[in-house]
Write a protein that binds this ligand. Sequence first.
Ligand SMILES: NC(=O)c1ccc[n+]([C@@H]2O[C@H](COP(=O)([O-])OP(=O)(O)OC[C@H]3O[C@@H](n4cnc5c(N)ncnc54)[C@H](OP(=O)(O)O)[C@@H]3O)[C@@H](O)[C@H]2O)c1
Length: 228
Amino acid sequence: MYPTITVSFAQSIDGRIATAGGDSQWISGPDSLHLAQGLRRDNETILVGINTVLRDDPLLTCRIEGSRSPARIVLDSRLRLPVDSKIARTSATYRSVVMTSEPVDSRRARALESLGLEVAVLPRAGEGISVRAAAAWIGERGYRSLFVEGGGAVITAFLRERLVDRMTIVVAPIIVGKGIEAIGDLAIGGLDAALRPSSIGTRRLGDDLVWELSFDRSAPAGKDDGVA
Ligand SMILES: NC(=O)c1ccc[n+]([C@@H]2O[C@H](COP(=O)([O-])OP(=O)(O)OC[C@H]3O[C@@H](n4cnc5c(N)ncnc54)[C@H](OP(=O)(O)O)[C@@H]3O)[C@@H](O)[C@H]2O)c1
């Protein structure tokens, strides 16, 4: 059983989640920044790609008083997660999992495990870890919800596999030009194959426009051949 999967990100009007150099703090306005905190509170797990960790060194906890933090998961097939990253340093306090793939550098794995991180070895699919296998791993451990917070490559992988139930997209009124795209290749040929939400909501938050979308997971999957 897969958990319910929510994707959220803040993008410029021209669809960038960061500049070409990786600067993303902060694309959205102050009101919208609370949105991500609410999603961290409302989901049992949170997942990011290793590039986001290397660029931003996020803690990925929920800072809303009285709320628990989600279990933190990093997709990192080459085990590049730094032992001095905030996630690694706080992994004795907050459950933290690094999902990697063979061949595993056992010395690095032991160093991360000694800090409290769990190293899960998953199959590969396409250009990274199978996101289907990742979702199944999370569901099998009893977690019912997953918040995919970024970056673009990971968001794209979940969308390509039609694993996303909900999306919250914050569109900020800035134009970045060349930069990191929010969503990359979804292997969509014609517009009839474009992803279309089953429900749509929009609202203003300060100067930002927030899109809240739901999807049916009945659409066919893409190329990921991980376990279901
Ligand atoms: N505006 C926002 O809301 C927001 C939110 C989050 C992040 N960001 C920004 O996004 C940027 C990073 O985004 P990004 O697209 O470069 O990288 P990313 O999605 O954070 O990480 C991608 C990396 O994760 C690993 N990975 C493992 N399995 C994968 C899979 N199935 N699919 C995709 N990646 C997989 C790969 O590295 P290996 O091959 O080494 O495993 C891959 O290169 C940063 O600048 C960050 O600041 C913005």
